[in-house]
Design a protein around this ligand. Structure first.
Ligand SMILES: Nc1ncnc2c1ncn2[C@@H]1O[C@H](COP(=O)(O)OP(=O)(O)O)[C@@H](O)[C@H]1O
Ligand SMILES: [Mg+2]
Length: 251
């Protein structure tokens, strides 16, 4: 079943009195338990799509439905991880994860235990009392993944989460996130990622939605059914990468 459906989305920003078209007639869907990526160059409106889903921006045209009903961000559990970890610098790691849980319950024991559990799941246990400035970029991103998962989201949104990391850290985190996604007892079940990295999208996704340069339009979709974990050096992998690259340059 479609968990999320965007139909004919158009977004116009007001830029110094001038209208700037950011998205044009964007339609795609995400099914439950799917990993979908949106790929497009810088400025193609990827983050704009994330803002719409978070309820931070109302599109000028089109509709967004979740489970067949109009999007109401207060009725679905959404979490997001951004390129920069966006941690509170004055809070330690444990507290940075706990803050996400505090709006959901008054049960302090539950908040503490859940935060600790997810800190362990992302491999930074032992650093509960460290402050963000003491952590590497990869560790900070682990904290923000722990924070995003601790609330048990129905849909995890990722906005270029690996783009600021060195290649080794990025690759390790991609694999760990895929393991979490594939683990039936742990969140997240459904992921929507935006990225400009073709290899990353092909490695991770069931489906890739290709956006044109601004204004972002859907140039096409590529479905990927290569077995996981994917061999990123296989001929089959390169064939899919080629298909995505061809679509990207078909504009
Ligand atoms: N708040 C805003 N006001 C005006 N223009 C914006 C605003 N946010 C984004 N834009 C413009 O919309 C386009 C798409 O932006 P964005 O969604 O951030 O793209 P991406 O994430 O793909 O790089 C860009 O050209 C950007 O300059
Ligand atoms: Mg962006």
């Amino acid at each position: 079943m479609d968990l999320l459906e965007l139909k004919g989305i158009g977004v116009e920003y007001d830029s110094n009195g001038k209208k700037l078209l950011s998205l044009e007639n964007v339609s795609f869907s995400v099914q439950s338990n799917q990993f979908v990526s949106i790929i497009g160059p810088s400025g193609s409106g990827k983050s704009t799509i994330i803002k719409i889903l978070l309820g931070l921006l109302k599109p000028s045209k089109g509709s967004v439905t979740i489970g067949g009903k109009p999007l109401d961000p207060s009725k679905i559990k959404l979490s997001v991880v951004f390129q920069n970890a966006a941690l509170f610098p004055w809070l330690d790691v444990l507290k940075n994860v706990e803050v996400a849980l505090e709006p959901l319950t008054d049960d302090e024991d539950y908040i503490r235990e859940t935060a600790k559990k997810f800190i362990k799941i992302v491999g930074i246990d032992g650093f509960e009392e460290a402050y963000p400035r003491e952590l590497s970029g990869g560790m900070k991103q682990r904290v923000s993944i722990a924070r995003a998962l601790a609330t048990g989201p129905d849909l995890l949104l990722l906005d270029e989460p690996f783009a600021a990391l060195d290649v080794f850290t990025a690759q390790a985190l991609r694999e760990e996130l895929l393991d979490l996604w594939e683990s039936p007892s742990l969140p997240p079940d459904t992921i929507l990622m935006v990225t400009h990295n073709v290899d990353e999208a092909v490695q991770m996704s069931d489906k890739i939605v290709v956006l044109s340069p601004r204004p972002g339009r859907v140039l096409g979709e590529v479905k990927i059914d290569l077995p996981r974990p994917r061999n990123t050096r296989s001929e089959d992998f390169y064939t899919v990468v080629d298909n995505v690259v061809k679509l990207m340059s078909s504009d």
